[in-house]
Design a binder for this molecule. Structure first.
Ligand code: BGC
Length: 767
């Protein structure tokens, strides 16, 4: 009796440490375990109220986990992501501000093809996460750009899984080097925003493995993210959050993932099925979910062992967090230093699409700019929704150019400022703007030809910005969003006519988060710079490139097709869906509508360039493309082999007049075998250091036999056929400067028969 009492007291006194997790799991009551698996409501909506907490730990954070005080289990804080930390910039009765740095969006970062740079950006973001008292950044977003119209493509990286996976791993490594966590999201096949909480993505096992899961596999293996976020959508008939195949068989058993899985912010679904599947944390969390866990364990519908497995992983996560170790955060990250990082990193993601007649960099004598396009005066730093960072300021293009010493025609500026004020007032009065949706892109202003002609005489060069914004909860449309509007086309035509008549150049800046149509108008201007949504220093970053202070070294991580319909996925995408503008969190219907309630991924593995190259279809700008202010030559391309490890080697030399970086991309064509293969696939890439004129660098790109494998559904295994492979060293998928054949050995890696589609998919074949 005495001994038993002693033991209980001991147990009660015991507090969580990293070494007693198993004992703590035993010491927890079922009710306490159920609390640990369920978040404490959304901090954005008053944080923690549902669990009786008096105040949010970090106002504006997306969520928290619940603590169990008696056992020293602390609450933790989760916050968006990905272009910086998203928290409330101000707090009631507090004169301090809590702004975070707005970094370039995902497409821009990925377009740098520079993993070192992405790691450095991650380090800076992670420092803000740590210093503002947050434990996990809900980022990176890394879904594949299946179709250009997905509203959240700006947060994601690429149509190619190797780019998405390597960039995500670099970002995660940077963030986590601060001792805070990340959540790679949205796992998986969350390729559209329309009905994102109800849509069933129907995908072949092969396309899943090779395209939609591959990037996550790379990120898990190369960066050990603390957490994974399961997506809102269904995948082959079941919610990803409830899929044992996805969260346990593939993620943990096959890839060796050791962290926790949390749901996207859905609220209650089948909580018991989620726990069984290996989804450890339900966000944002409702008490009823904990009650469900308890009652289902009591009724035998859920095994307590399943609950324990999740609890154990939660505790392993909690002991790693700064909040658990009592880190004294400063609320004062180095915002100035980080502004310099975002300014520089954005220039590396910008893609110079066209540069004729030496239009860029702007000739040194030119000072006086005619700046057109409403977005020049209302610059878009990042997309909308949870990916929107509350930053202290945005440097627009007008400001960036004047910081760089240019003067901008005052009468044009006045015109746009008046128009902007009018449009903003209209938006505010219509109250169409919610805190979440952000401000819509302002429509372009029609301008009289005579006014433009006058400007062509009075200024030295014209710049036109074309802008697009999009974000969470809705997909883009083809008219006036993917395609340019009539007002934009007239502006382009009239400005190019008027300025060219005066022998003056016209530069177009694309301030976009995702792909737009370029084929019909790209012949008009002298230069086109795709600046993406480059973060809060955007105007300065663009000016740095225009002036030649920075040499653009971004390359496209997705194809710019001639028309949106050229993507085979456009045949199965909610292109004409005219339902609710914002599908937000609670779309529920059962009409079984194609592309809304379910989407067939009939294009199968033919996503992006895999299709365009294999089908020999003309594009506007190919995957991997981008120009530079300097020129490069290449020599000595070869492939070295050691067992199943391959190293591609080539020497890159800067043969131009200014310093610059080059991206080398390695595409591989497989020998013909049992499975149909794309014309080529990216297997590795790297970026040179900044090469001075005349300077060379030997670069190496590594890949393995496993990287060459395709997924064979018949044998449920990754198969690398033996034979002669053709390696193409390129600066885009269309610009190959050297090809080398190499022999690969046969390799078979057994996998599980997981995520089988319930419905028939009419897989595209190009044979
Ligand atoms: C988004 C996630 C985000 C979460 C928390 C969801 O609606 O899909 O990307 O992390 O909200 O804000």
């Amino acid at each position: 009796m005495g001994i038993a009492l002693f033991a209980i007291t001991q147990l009660q006194a015991q507090k969580l440490t990293k070494d007693n997790i198993d004992e703590i799991v035993k010491a927890l009551s079922l009710e306490e375990k159920a609390k640990i698996l369920v978040g404490s409501r959304n901090e954005m909506f008053g944080g923690g109220a549902a669990i009786g907490a008096t105040q949010a730990l970090v106002p504006g954070a997306a969520g928290t986990t619940q603590g169990i005080e008696r056992l020293g289990i602390t609450r933790t804080v989760l916050s968006d992501g990905p272009a910086g930390l998203r928290i409330s910039p101000t707090r009631p009765n507090d004169t301090n501000t809590y702004y975070a740095t707005g970094f370039p969006v995902g497409t821009c970062l990925a377009s740098s093809w520079n993993t070192e740079l992405v790691t450095n950006v991650g380090k800076a973001i992670g420092n803000e996460v740590l210093e503002y008292g947050v434990d996990v950044l809900l980022a990176p977003g890394m879904n594949i750009h299946r179709n250009p119209l997905c509203g959240r493509n700006f947060e994601y990286y690429s149509e190619d899984p190797v780019v998405a996976g390597k960039i995500a791993a670099a970002y995660v490594n940077g963030i986590q080097s601060n001792g805070v966590g990340t959540s790679i999201k949205h796992f998986a096949a969350n390729s559209q925003e329309t009905n994102r909480t109800g849509n069933d993505a129907r995908v072949s096992q092969r396309a899943l493995r090779e395209i939609y899961l591959k990037g996550f596999e790379i990120a898990v293996k190369e960066s050990n993210p603390w957490t994974v976020m399961s997506s809102y959508n269904k995948l082959n008939g079941s919610f990803t959050q409830e899929s044992y195949d996805l969260l346990t068989t593939i993620l943990r058993d096959e890839w060796g993932f050791k962290g926790i899985v949390m749901t996207d912010w859905i609220g209650q679904r089948n909580t018991a099925a989620q726990v069984h599947a290996g989804n450890d944390l339900m966000q944002p969390g409702q008490p009823v979910q904990s009650e469900e866990i308890v009652s289902k364990v009591k009724s035998g519908e859920l095994k307590e062992a399943d609950v324990d497995a999740c609890v154990k992983r939660m505790l392993e996560f909690i002991v790693k967090t700064p909040r658990f170790s009592g880190y004294k955060y400063s609320n004062k990250p180095d915002l100035k230093g980080h502004a310099a990082i975002t300014r520089q990193s954005a220039t590396e993601g910008m893609v110079l699409l066209k540069n004729e007649n030496g239009a860029l960099p702007i000739a040194s004598g030119i000072k006086n700019i005619a700046l057109f396009g409403i977005t020049s005066y209302d610059f878009i730093a990042g997309g909308t929704g949870s990916g929107d960072v509350n930053k202290a300021y945005v440097v627009d293009l007008m400001e960036g150019l004047s910081n760089a010493g240019y003067s901008v025609q005052k009468d044009i500026q006045d015109l746009y400022e008046k128009y902007k004020a009018y449009q903003n007032a209209k938006i505010n009065s219509e109250q169409t703007r919610s805190w979440f949706m952000g401000k819509p892109t302002l429509p372009e202003m029609p301008i009289a030809k005579t006014f433009i002609e006058k400007q062509a005489k009075g200024s030295e060069i014209a710049i036109i910005t074309i802008g697009r914004n999009a974000g969470e909860g809705r997909d883009r449309k083809i008219p006036d969003d993917f395609n340019i509007s009539n007002d934009e086309r007239n502006l382009l035509n009239d400005i190019c006519d008027a300025f060219h008549a005066e022998h003056k150049k016209v530069i177009v800046i694309l301030n976009i988060g995702g792909v737009i149509e370029t084929a019909s108008w790209k012949n008009l201007p002298d230069a086109i710079l795709c600046a993406w949504q480059p973060g809060q220093e955007g105007g300065n970053s663009v000016a740095d490139v225009l002036k030649g202070v920075a040499n653009p070294s971004g390359r496209l991580t997705m194809t710019f097709p001639v028309a949106c319909m050229d993507h085979p996925s456009s045949r199965n995408f909610p292109i004409n869906y005219m339902g609710p503008a914002f599908d937000g969190f609670g779309y529920s219907r059962s009409t079984n509508q194609k592309d809304v309630d379910y989407t067939n991924y009939d294009e199968d593995i033919y996503v992006g360039y895999r299709y365009f190259k294999s089908a020999n279809k003309v594009v506007s700008y190919p995957f991997g493309f981008g120009l530079s202010y300097t020129t490069f030559t290449y020599s000595g391309a070869k492939i070295a082999q050691a067992g199943n490890d391959y190293t591609a080697i080539v020497t890159v030399k800067n043969t131009g007049k200014v310093a610059g970086k080059q991206v080398v991309q390695l595409y591989v064509t497989a020998p013909s075998g049992k499975l149909e293969k794309p014309a080529c696939e990216l297997k590795a890439f790297t970026k040179t250091k900044e090469l001075q004129p005349g300077e060379s660098q030997v670069i190496t790109l590594k890949f393995t036999g496993y990287d060459l494998a395709s997924y064979d559904e018949e044998s449920q295994s990754w198969v690398t056929d033996a034979g002669v492979y053709n390696a193409k060293f390129g600066t885009s998928v269309d610009d190959v400067f050297a090809t080398v054949n190499f022999n690969a050995k046969a390799l078979v890696v057994k996998a599980h028969d997981a995520l089988k589609p319930a419905e028939k998919i009419n897989k595209l074949s190009l044979k």
